[in-house]
Design a protein around this ligand. Structure first.
Ligand SMILES: Cc1cc2nc3c(=O)[nH]c(=O)nc-3n(C[C@H](O)[C@H](O)[C@H](O)COP(=O)(O)OP(=O)(O)OC[C@H]3O[C@@H](n4cnc5c(N)ncnc54)[C@H](O)[C@@H]3O)c2cc1C
Length: 481
C-alpha cells in the first residue's frame, strides 16, 4: 500500500486527495491543513443568521472541471442571474458593452458613454503592438520568453482609456492586480495569441464574443446549491467516506528525503505547537507560493526560487446584511466593477441576494451586498480597522447606487492575506522552470492557484494533474520492485 501526503487543504489539496482516493482506493492519503478548517479561499461565515460566501463564490461553467467534480460528488449546481456587467465610472453606473474580451471591445463605438468621444476616436484608430522577444542565455532570440503586459498591449493598440476604464476593472476583478503588470501570455491567452498572429485586438474580441453566441443558453458560471463555500465540506465528507485522513490545525514545517527509506519523503508537521514526524511515498504541495517555496527550498532550489518570486495581492471582502427591502431598490444588475483610476476605496461590489437565487431563498429576510477592497501595490486601505473598512465601503456603495442605505443588520470583514497570485511578465516561463525542476524528484509535485490559472477550475486541473503524476511515479516504482 502506497501513502501520499497532501500539504494544504484548500480546494487544490482536497481535489488532489479526492483524485488519488478515487483512483487508488487502497492507498493511504493524508491531507495536512494548517488552519482549523478546510477550504482555503472557499469559505462561508454566518452573517445575520445565514451562511454566506466570504471568499470565492462561483466557478466558470464553460470549463468542465468543477461541473465534473460536482457530478462525482453528487452535489447539485445552481447558477447566478445573468445581467450585463456594470462599471461605476466617472460617477455613474454604465453597462459594459456586449462582445468584449477581458474588457477589450470588439467595436470601440459600442463603448461610447463609458469612453469620451476622443477616447472612442483613439480606440477606433487601432495601432500595431510590439511584443518584446528577449534573448536566451545562448544569445538567440527566445520566442518562448516573449511576453507583454495586458495593459501595455491594449494601451499601444487602443489607447490608455480602454485600459483604465474597461480592462483594468475586469482584470482587477479576477487578479486584484494591475493591467500594466499582468502577463498577457498567462492571463489572457487569446489576446496573446492574437498579438503573435499579428491580428487586431478588436478582431480577437469579436472572435471570442462570436464563440459565445447571444442565443447560447449554456450557463457561464455556477456553484454548488449551498454556495461555493460549501464545496470544501462536501469534499471532506467524500474523502471521509473513502478513508482519507484530513488533519486540520496541522502545519507542515519541513519536507525532506527520508533517511534510511529509499524513495520516501519525510514531513515535519506542527500540531498544537508540537512537532510530529510523518513519512509518505508521495507528496503534493498545494499551499500558496511563498509557503511552497519555503518547503521546497532544500530539495528543489530552482522550483523554490521560481515559486518565491510570485507576488500576491492582499484584499478584503466586506459583506453587509441589509434589511430585505434594499433588494428591490438596488440598480438593475448583479453588482458593479470600479476602474481604479477613479480613486474609489472599493474595487467591486456584488449584490449577492440578487445574483444568487439560492441565497435569496435561504435568507428572504436579508439583502446581502458585498464589496472588495485592496489590490496589488494598493493595499494601504487595509491598514484601516474593520469598523473603518465597513464605513468606507458603505460610503462608496451609497454613492454608486444613489441610495440612502439603512444601517446593516449585520456585517463581516474577511481579510485575504496572500489572496491572489500575480501572474507577472514571464509567468508561463516561471511555471515551466518549477515543473522542470520537480521532474527530477519522484512522486513530488505542486498544485494550486500559483500555476496555470487562479480560478477554481484551473486549480482543480492542476490538482488532478499533480495527483496523476504521483500515481504514475508510484505505479512505476511498483513495477520495478
Ligand atoms: C476573495 C477571493 C475571491 C475569489 N473569487 C473567485 C471566484 O468567484 N471564482 C473563482 O474561480 N476563483 C475565485 N478566487 C480564486 C480562487 O478562490 C483561489 O485561487 C483558489 O481557491 C485557491 O485554492 P488553492 O487550494 O490553490 O489555495 P488556497 O485556497 O490558498 O489553499 C491553500 C491552503 O494551504 C494551507 N496551508 C498553507 N501553508 C500550509 C502549511 N505549511 N501546512 C499545511 N497547510 C498549509 C492554507 O491554510 C490553505 O488552506 C477568489 C479568490 C479570492 C481571494
Amino acid at each position: 500500500m502506497k501513502s501520499v501526503a497532501i500539504v494544504g487543504g484548500g480546494v487544490s489539496g482536497l481535489v488532489a486527495a479526492w483524485h488519488l482516493a478515487t483512483t487508488a482506493p487502497s492507498w493511504k492519503i493524508t491531507v495536512f491543513e494548517a488552519d482549523e478548517r478546510v477550504g482555503g479561499k472557499l469559505r462561508q461565515e454566518e452573517i445575520a443568521g445565514h451562511r454566506v460566501d466570504v471568499g470565492a463564490e462561483s466557478a466558470l461553467w464553460r470549463r468542465p472541471e468543477v461541473v465534473d467534480l460536482l457530478a462525482e460528488l453528487g452535489v447539485e449546481a445552481v447558477h447566478p442571474q445573468r445581467f450585463p456587467a456594470l462599471l461605476w465610472s466617472r460617477g455613474s453606473l454604465e453597462a459594459l458593452p456586449a462582445g468584449t474580451l477581458m474588457g477589450i471591445p470588439s467595436d470601440p463605438e459600442s463603448a461610447r458613454g463609458l469612453l469620451s468621444d476622443d477616447e472612442v476616436a483613439r480606440a477606433a484608430d487601432e495601432r500595431p503592438v510590439e511584443i518584446s522577444v528577449p534573448r536566451s542565455e545562448a544569445g538567440d532570440s527566445a520566442d518562448d520568453l516573449a511576453d507583454i503586459s495586458v495593459g501595455d498591449a491594449v494601451e499601444q493598440a487602443l489607447g490608455a482609456a480602454v485600459v483604465d476604464r474597461m480592462v483594468e476593472p475586469l482584470l482587477g476583478g479576477v487578479y486584484a492586480g494591475n493591467a500594466r503588470e499582468l502577463s498577457a501570455r498567462a492571463c489572457v491567452p487569446p489576446l496573446f495569441k492574437a498579438l503573435r498572429d499579428g491580428r487586431r485586438l478588436t478582431e480577437a474580441a469579436r472572435a471570442a464574443a462570436s464563440a459565445v453566441s447571444s442565443n447560447d443558453t449554456r450557463q457561464v458560471f455556477g456553484a454548488p446549491t449551498d454556495g461555493m463555500g460549501s464545496l470544501p465540506e462536501a469534499l471532506r465528507a467524500g474523502l471521509a467516506d473513502r478513508g482519507v485522513d484530513v488533519v486540520t490545525g496541522a502545519r507542515v514545517t519541513e519536507l525532506r528525503r527520508s533517511l534510511g527509506h529509499r524513495g520516501t519523503w519525510h514531513l515535519e508537521v506542527e500540531r498544537d505547537g508540537l512537532p510530529e514526524p510523518h513519512e509518505a511515498d508521495g507528496v503534493i504541495v498545494t499551499t500558496a507560493a511563498p509557503a511552497a517555496a519555503r518547503l521546497l527550498a532544500a530539495i528543489a532550489p530552482e522550483a523554490s526560487d521560481a515559486l518565491g518570486g510570485i507576488e500576491y495581492a492582499t484584499m478584503a471582502i466586506v459583506t453587509y446584511a441589509f434589511p430585505a427591502s434594499v433588494h428591490a431598490s438596488l440598480p438593475e444588475g448583479t453588482g458593479f466593477l470600479v476602474p481604479p483610476v477613479d480613486g474609489r476605496t472599493i474595487k467591486a461590489s456584488t449584490f449577492s441576494s440578487v445574483k444568487w437565487p439560492w441565497l435569496a431563498e435561504a435568507a428572504p429576510d436579508v439583502a446581502y451586498v458585498r464589496v472588495s477592497m485592496g489590490r496589488h501595490r494598493d493595499e494601504a486601505v487595509l491598514d484601516h480597522a474593520d469598523d473603518e473598512l465597513l464605513a468606507l465601503g458603505l460610503d462608496d456603495l451609497g454613492e454608486a447606487t444613489g441610495l440612502d442605505l439603512p444601517a446593516p443588520l449585520d456585517a463581516h470583514v474577511q481579510r485575504w492575506t496572500n489572496g491572489l497570485p500575480q501572474y507577472a511578465l514571464g509567468h508561463v516561463e516561471r511555471v515551466r522552470r518549477i515543473r522542470d525542476d520537480l521532474t527530477r524528484l519522484p512522486a513530488l509535485d505542486v498544485a494550486g492557484a500559483a500555476l496555470d490559472g487562479v480560478g477554481i477550475p484551473a486549480c482543480v486541473a492542476t490538482a488532478r494533474a499533480a495527483a496523476d503524476r504521483v500515481l504514475d511515479d508510484l505505479g512505476a516504482q511498483d513495477e520495478l520492485t
